[in-house]
Write a protein that binds this ligand. Structure first.
Ligand SMILES: [Zn+2]
Length: 104
């Protein structure tokens, strides 16, 4: 029996940002160029900027904590070769990086 558990693993945040697909209810956004309305179930790469997607996340993971494991399953099953990233972790780390870049 397979269930979803979160794991902690080091990632290059810039690599994640350049290759992440942020899922909405049905369509996704490109993390690299912010193109909207990408068909996440078909797209292997961004139709706008052409980056291949390696990661996927969903804002709904955060908005619906009670459903997060069902959501994880749904998000993960569609493009199964993508690495599912927790959105809260991603946005927090990205915010810290932006702050460092700005003040550094
Ligand atoms: Zn793009």
């Amino acid at each position: 029996m397979t269930e979803y558990l979160r794991v902690f693993k080091p990632f290059d945040i810039e690599d994640v940002r350049q290759h992440i697909l942020i899922m909405g209810d049905l369509k996704g956004d490109c993390g690299a160029c912010r193109a909207l309305g990408i068909d996440a179930y078909q797209a292997k790469q961004c139709p706008e900027c052409g980056v291949p997607f390696k990661y996927v996340s969903s804002r709904r993971l955060e908005a619906n904590p009670g459903e997060r494991f069902q959501l994880a399953r749904r998000v993960h099953e569609k493009p199964p070769d993508l690495i599912l990233i927790d959105y809260a972790d991603y946005s927090k780390v990205l915010g810290q990086k932006k702050a460092r870049d700005f003040f550094g």
